[in-house]
Write a protein that binds this ligand. Structure first.
Ligand SMILES: Cc1cc2nc3c(=O)[nH]c(=O)nc-3n(C[C@H](O)[C@H](O)[C@H](O)COP(=O)(O)OP(=O)(O)OC[C@H]3O[C@@H](n4cnc5c(N)ncnc54)[C@H](O)[C@@H]3O)c2cc1C
Length: 380
């Protein structure tokens, strides 16, 4: 569907990412996903194209400007590679960059931000704990001030980029129970008392790495506190907005893949003497999928426009996230039906998307939490 806010610059950026994904990622996506890994050069090549640079000043290797449409286009185009494990594998960096740019000390930023933005090093955001992810205000990892250090104790789980990451943004309790007792910390891999194990047996996102992180009397300099003490909750919530926008955009990319693969297959496959595409029931499935793509894409474009205008439409982002994942679930299921038995075989992009729907519906704020937050934003 035509985006009324399209500009020459945005079109060119999308084309650049699309051409890169078509040539360098898509041909290997299946092989990499099956292998559970992808080459590090993908991080660096995307970094060189500006994939991680939005909202980051040029002195740190960033683009020196922000644009919500371009952020969304980048996430959508990479998701179209056919294996969103690759998308997630680089995405751990994206969701940690916001707080690093806005809250880390100048010493930390000037020492390592450029390496992260250009894909030379990995970073990750560590909020979720084994005891729960939805109730962020109740997180249990502690950071206790001891002289000019903080001592971290506790663990984090499901952390994307956690096995390969060098740098971590970690949420920890510095104060009383509740949302006003949480702070963010910068923690480097290699700090004594910090260890990690891999979460390998996953339904999808095989190409990405998720880790459980353990902090056992892990000491970090007091200067690693990011932002003001006990003000981390608001920073975590604000950071979720762009993560959720990228999940919406990723879902749009996956839905488009479902639609296009379904049309191509339905043209080719014949049953009862004619192509599947000529059976009315199949045509209606295509129409329904196409309508879902248009609805989510239009909603996303309106949100991008509002963000570029200086607003942060939290309620709309929450609503768009669950609308997108519901629409994705519908499209993945209908695409699987159109493929019939062929859709059930590994190596088929539709099969992989079907397995990857749920992580979009749960990660970055589940559908239930998104509905809850949206209604609260409505003042109810
Ligand atoms: C592959 C993968 C990658 C991830 N990457 C990261 C990452 O990089 N960093 C990070 O910090 N986290 C990450 N997560 C964690 C993710 O954000 C959490 O899984 C998510 O927030 C939900 O938390 P939970 O799994 O602990 O579920 P819980 O919070 O235990 O909730 C369980 C279920 O109950 C529902 N629920 C909870 N509370 C309510 C309520 N009040 N009303 C109604 N329903 C409710 C939830 O919606 C969910 O469906 C990742 C998760 C996965 C699966």
């Amino acid at each position: 569907m035509q985006n009324p806010f399209e500009t020459e610059e945005r079109r060119a950026f999308r084309e650049t990412i699309r051409r890169y994904v078509e040539a360098e990622v898509k041909p290997h996506a299946d092989e990499w996903d099956e292998a559970g890994d992808f080459p590090w050069r993908v991080h660096e090549e995307l970094g060189a194209l500006g994939y991680f640079g939005f909202g980051i000043s040029d002195e740190y290797g960033g683009l020196g400007f922000d644009d919500a449409f371009m952020r969304a286009a980048a996430a959508e185009e990479l998701a179209r590679c056919g294996a969103t494990g690759i998308w997630a594998g680089v995405g751990g960096r994206s969701i940690s960059l916001g707080p690093l740019q806005s809250l880390a000390s100048e010493e930390i930023r000037s020492r390592l931000l450029e390496d992260i933005v250009l894909g030379r090093k990995g970073s990750a955001l560590a909020i979720t704990e084994p005891g729960g992810g939805s109730d962020v205000a109740n997180l249990q990892t502690t950071a206790t001030r001891d002289g000019d250090e903080y001592v971290l104790n506790g663990s984090k789980t499901f952390i994307t980029g956690g096995m390969k990451g060098d740098y971590f943004v970690v949420g920890a309790r510095t104060g009383d129970a509740g949302l006003l007792g949480i702070s963010l910390f910068f923690v480097e891999w290699g700090t004594p008392g910090f260890s990690r194990t891999s979460l390998d047996r996953k339904m999808g996102w095989w190409a990405s790495d998720q880790a459980t992180l353990y902090f056992d009397d892990c000491r970090v300099p007091a200067a690693n506190l990011m932002g003001a003490e006990n003000r981390g909750f608001v920073a975590i919530m604000e950071n979720f907005n762009f993560e959720r926008l990228s999940l919406v955009a990723g879902a749009v990319g996956m839905m488009k893949t479902c639609l296009e693969e379904s049309i191509a297959y339905a043209r080719d496959r014949h049953t009862f003497g004619k192509p599947l595409l000529e059976h009315q029931v199949i045509r209606h499935k295509i129409a329904d999928m196409s309508a879902r793509v248009d609805q989510v894409e239009s909603y996303m474009n309106m949100i991008c426009w509002q963000i570029n205008e200086g607003a942060m439409p939290v309620a709309e982002i929450c609503k768009a996230k669950f609308a997108a994942t519901r629409a994705l679930e519908f499209c993945a299921s209908e695409a699987m039906q159109i493929f019939g038995g062929a859709g059930y075989l590994r190596g088929n992009p539709v099969e992989r998307i079907y397995r990857e729907v749920k992580v979009f519906a749960i990660g970055g704020g589940s559908e239930e939490i998104m509905r809850d937050l949206a209604v609260r934003q409505m003042g109810l």
